[in-house]
Design a protein around this ligand. Sequence first.
Ligand SMILES: [Zn+2]
Length: 154
Amino acid sequence: MSEQTEWYRNLEIGIDKFKAQLGADARDFFLERFAKIARRVDQFSVDCPQCREYQARMSSILQELSIDVSQITKEKKRNYLGNMNTMLSHLKKAHGLISDGQNTGIWLVLGIGIGAALGATFSNPAIGISAGLGLGLALGVCLDAQARKAGKVI
Ligand SMILES: [Zn+2]
């Protein structure tokens, strides 16, 4: 992966500070995910104006929240998490990235569905479901491993 910019390094320092300020509440903010998104946004910002806008947004959100953590309202927290979702879906749609385990989840459900349907056709739903689950899981894990190898996992 390419080298991180000064923007990212500064943001990372900000994240660490914010985390220390929050203490036990830090887990509500999924800061690890925030940092992962920032790393990708940083990487794509060279060519993508939307990602450049996100860089500015991430800096200002973080700054605003960490001014006084005792003043973080539910509304502000919701806004923070909402922004994170928006950025995640941009990374997926515009840049073809996926969440870790995304394929496994999708194919597990599909496999069980297909297996149940086939099982019912042959009057043996239990075998159908377990075969479908096994195949779906295997395929999903394989696709996720491939995505990870290709650097496509956020
Ligand atoms: Zn982008």
